[in-house]
Write a protein that binds this ligand. Structure first.
Ligand code: ATP
Ligand code: MG
Length: 690
């Protein structure tokens, strides 16, 4: 009897995803032998053994699925059958629902209930490791299994999955990294990309990559979950994939608007006192509970824009000496173990001071109140000045709603917004996708590193402009990060590891070789914030005179180092109040100086992780400027007539009048920025020898 090839082919739908491709290819080869009248029986038998082993593995996995999966009473579960059917019938489904409706915890279980997870893992991605960790815990608990068994998780430095794992929760960064070794993602039979509305670069890379992969992996299912924003976009991206919107939530959350006191003083440096407003909110919660309206002792989650703000808020709360109060910080740089403290049971009232890491996905059971001052540090790239900055900005409505969603998860909740309702309504609906806020050179660098393919053909949800792409490549070539064939060089590979603007990263890399990391850290962080020196029009001369004290012959860059050292000395000698006064008198912006220190601190952490050494002796002029030059080759200038300079691509510019070199006219110079105002001016310049 002759073999029935079509049946063999069909049986491939019952094998593990990871074996499917190899088995299918081998089968074609065997079939070819048969058609060519060559001996094939032995090969076919071997093939059958392999196929059966794979089918058996599927059956083993099938047996691991609990016979009865319990679903709690959540909006997503109420529409479970409908969701299951959509998933079964479509390759891609977009699921949206309010915070707390059960998207994250219930979807993987719904997938399991229809037999997904048997031919490969159900991969479930989260934007942050703490979320990956706690979500995995929760799903394991609901499925009555121990973590690391049927439900595993993987974050950087920690892989807790096993042979038995059916569901694997991970950060989106982990899945992206896996593409480099397993381009077909054959380990998975289902992928859930959670929190897609966050639109981080990682998520955009994944959604673009998956669009191409789904054609080659017809057996792979993809579910995208999102808050209820811009769903059509996701659907369109995946050939009009069906959208299912789940409405309703389990517990109501009340919103109180308590705008911070706006200072009417003329002093623009006066910030509205965020900490006083936070304290007021805490007192209000206390009074509310004492009046018998709320349950006593609910925990409070407060969102702050950075670690320094968290420290300051913690100080103020401790000073207020509220009884039975425990204050704990929660931010990305803490270890997982430290972060997990937030979830540990406790007595008394707890206040969690968190950055944006707590904004999405996580459920901290005791939290009944959220206090949201409404700000976050948001990374932004300016094509005009060519610098990536991290300004503190008002958050979008979507972010505010995610924050609010952190309470009301296991009981009713209250969210206190320290801004007005009008303010809320006037905010943008959501934060721009990260790709629109990032230097494209940095995006290209990452794509090359992740082997995402050519950016020109990559199906982005928001495709960047072609002109900007070629600018990005040009810059990378200038930095020697790519070669003339647009391939990553060893320098490029190192740059890709530094989470910094590529220009600045290039300078720090050079500084490491030339032992001037201390100086470059100061300069690079100065270039990432607005100039802390103030030059009010009516007092320009007085200001210039003060600032001239920091000048260094031939270089505005080293001026920053002088200013830094001066400020550090003063900062250690004076009280905060004295320091503020000094700054005002000397035409320095206290807020921007503080911003500068924040960025400096962040950079220190990054380079410490990468094992960079910091010099203790002062570096020499050449070392500092040669390092700077590696990132500023595009901003060289040659003095070709009077005060005018000729730069790359025939751009003509002059030295900005505020520069220490404005009257010096060196033959060659480099500039940190070329900015077009009245005319094209070079800002922050230094003399160089060609
Ligand atoms: N660790 C936990 N402890 C207690 N209850 C939990 C936990 N995790 C989830 N829940 C319950 O399950 C509900 C749904 O949580 P889930 O994270 O699945 O919602 P979601 O729709 O993904 O929300 P979000 O948009 O905020 O990510 C929560 O509101 C809460 O009632
Ligand atoms: Mg979720």
């Amino acid at each position: 009897m002759s073999p029935i090839w079509s049946e063999y082919k069909q049986s491939l739908s019952n094998v593990m995803a990871k074996d499917r491709h190899a088995l299918s290819r081998r089968l074609s080869e065997v079939e070819k032998l048969a058609r060519g009248q060559k001996p094939f029986e032995e090969s076919l038998e071997k093939w059958i053994v392999k196929r059966d082993a794979s089918v058996a593995q599927v059956a083993t996995r099938q047996a691991l699925i609990p016979a009865e999966i319990e679903f709690p009473e959540l909006p997503v579960c109420e529409r479970r059958d409908e969701i299951a059917e959509l998933i079964a019938k479509n390759q891609v489904v977009v699921l949206a629902g309010e915070t707390g409706s059960g998207k994250t915890t219930q979807l993987p279980k719904i997938c399991l209930s229809i037999g997904r997870g048997t031919k490969g893992l159900i991969g479930h991605t989260q934007p942050r490791r703490i979320a990956a960790n706690t979500v995995a815990h929760r799903i394991a608990e609901e499925l009555k299994t121990t973590l690391g068994d049927k439900v595993g998780y993987q974050v950087r430095f920690s892989d807790q999955t096993s042979e038995n794992s059916l569901i694997k929760v991970m950060t989106d960064g982990i899945l992206l990294a896996e593409i480099q070794t397993d381009p077909f993602l054959n380990k998975y039979d289902t992928l859930i990309i959670d929190e897609a509305h966050e639109r981080s670069l990682n998520i955009d890379f994944l959604l673009g990559y998956l669009k191409q992969l789904l054609i080659k992996r017809p057996d792979l299912k993809l579910i995208i979950t999102s808050a209820t924003i811009d769903l059509e976009r996701f659907s369109k991206h995946f050939n009009n994939a069906p959208i299912i919107e789940v409405s309703g939530r389990t517990y109501p959350v009340e919103t109180w608007y308590r705008p911070m006191y706006e200072s009417s003083s003329e002093d623009s440096e006066q910030e509205p006192d965020q900490y006083a407003a936070i304290l007021d909110a805490v007192y209000e919660i206390d009074a509310y509970e004492k009046s018998g309206k709320g349950n006593r002792g609910g925990d409070i989650l407060i969102f702050l824009s950075g670690e320094r703000e968290i420290r300051e808020a913690a100080d103020q709360l401790r000073k207020a000496q509220l009884p039975h109060l425990e204050v704990i910080p929660f931010y990305a740089r803490l270890s997982l173990a430290e972060q997990q403290k937030v979830f540990a049971p406790h007595t008394g009232r707890r206040i969690v001071l968190a950055t944006n890491v707590a904004e999405t996905s996580i459920t901290v059971p005791g939290i009944r109140y959220v206090i949201d001052p409404g700000f976050a540090r948001i990374s932004r790239y300016s094509y005009r000045t060519k610098v990536q900055r991290l300004p503190i900005e008002p958050i979008s409505q979507a972010s505010a709603n995610q924050r609010k969603g952190r309470c009301g998860r296991v009981a009713e909740g209250i969210c206190i917004r320290l801004y007005s309702e009008d303010d809320f309504n006037s905010r943008p609906a959501f934060t721009d996708a990260e790709i629109l806020r990032t230097n494209l050179a940095a995006v290209i660098l990452q794509m090359l590193q992740l082997r995402m393919g050519d950016i020109h053909d990559f199906p982005f949800i928001d495709a960047p402009d072609h002109r900007l792409i070629s600018d990005g490549y040009k810059l990378l070539e200038e930095l020697h990060a790519v070669n003339s064939k647009n391939q990553l060089t060893p320098v490029g590979q190192q740059l890709a590891k530094l989470p910094l603007d590529p220009r600045l990263a290039r300078m720090l890399l050079a500084a490491q070789e030339k032992s001037c990391v201390r100086e470059l850290l100061i300069i690079v962080s100065a270039l990432s914030v607005q100039d802390p020196r103030e030059r009010p029009i009516e007092k320009q001369q007085a200001a210039d005179q003060m600032h001239r004290r920091f000048w260094v012959e031939h270089s505005d860059f080293l001026t920053y180092v002088n200013l830094w050292d001066y400020f550090e000395t003063q900062r250690q000698a004076l009280t905060q109040n004295q320091l503020r006064k000094l700054c005002k008198k000397e035409f320095l912006s206290y807020l921007r100086l503080r911003e500068w220190r924040d960025i400096h601190h962040q950079l220190c952490v990054v380079i410490k992780d990468l094992g960079f050494g910091v010099n203790t002796d002062a570096a020499n002029y050449e070392a500092v400027h040669q390092s700077l030059l590696t990132g500023l080759l595009g901003n060289l200038g040659f003095n070709h007539e009077e005060r005018e300079y000729m730069g790359a691509r025939n751009r003509k510019f002059a030295i900005f009048p505020g520069s220490s070199l404005a009257k010096k006219t060196p033959k060659w110079l480099m500039a940190a920025e070329l900015i077009e105002t009245a005319k094209l001016y070079a800002h922050t310049v230094a003399k160089i020898e060609p």
